[in-house]
Design a protein around this ligand. Sequence first.
Ligand code: ADP
Ligand code: SF4
Ligand code: MG
Length: 323
Amino acid sequence: MDNVLLRFEGVHKTFRLGHFFSRNKIHAVWDANFKIENDPIVFTLVGESGSGKTTIANLLLRTIKPTKGTIWFMGKNIENYPKSEFIKQIQPVFQDPFETFNPLKKLETYFQIMLKKMINSKNKVKGLSLFEKSLNAVGLTIEDIKGRYPHELSGGQLQRLSIARSLLVNPKILVADEPVSMLDVSLRISILNLFRKLRDEKLLHVFYITHDLATAYYISDYIAVILKGNIVEAGPAEKLLMTPLHPYTQLLKESVPDLLDKEKKTYKLVNRSVESPREYSEQLCKFILRCPQKKDICDKKAPPNFTVDNTVVRCWLYQKGGV
Ligand SMILES: Nc1ncnc2c1ncn2[C@@H]1O[C@H](COP(=O)(O)OP(=O)(O)O)[C@@H](O)[C@H]1O
Ligand code: SF4
Ligand SMILES: [Mg+2]
């Protein structure tokens, strides 16, 4: 039986720049292919700013449609799910918890409205028990929020609450796009630990998006590295970071010498590219201008994906039989 929960198959997203008939386009995501199996994992998409991470999150949450390709969820094209059913399966966690909640509404009022909307339950007792379960799963109690407004909670508590909100519908996947970047460094680890706890206790898949290689290493089971819209390498986290295959992943690792020190700082991937987004070319490897291992073929054709053990790498160096 197919053990695949989610699959991106040849997914492209192109944005037109300027007016409707403009020919200027940005290939924000180019031929994304990856899958997540049924066993709960933290799957991390890591990349520089502008590399296409949020576009992938939006495609996954169905707020935008692929220009080409298909996203499969439990064997069905996500576009074929009724919206009401789909949002119960894949839930977002937003970057800024202060924006998730209405500052003028008491938190319990907000949750009462959410419960009605999300669960469509008129049964108050059932609603309350769900609410309590979700709060407990993120380490909060009703007492923590009773009578309070959003600004009366810390950023960390509020992000927990925002995760509790996503849990109300008992989803299969949480899509967390830079969920700790607005939080104090001291609070970040506790939220990341919470994701791992939810994976283990609630059997949730966490689709974690970050530009911070250290947090990626800290919580991930599986990592996909994205560069200018191309997923250049994807594989089990430990293997990908300890023995990276793609020259770009190798460069990232070199720029983070003490990655193994999990307690240490954060390492942000800065956008060092010299090309402007308009020069994005679908024709050739996205790392060609910086690659120290470039071969003749790299100037002629874009590399396809090659599979090396259980890692997928988009680089000519891994062509079977050599280059
Ligand atoms: N709605 C849009 N219209 C035009 N360009 C967009 C739009 N959304 C994103 N982009 C462009 O697509 C590229 C990828 O953006 P994004 O997915 O937000 O990257 P990231 O989240 O990795 O920073 C960027 O060059 C960005 O400017
Ligand atoms: S395909 Fe060529 S240019 Fe691109 S990373 Fe591999 S060796 Fe370097
Ligand atoms: Mg983003």
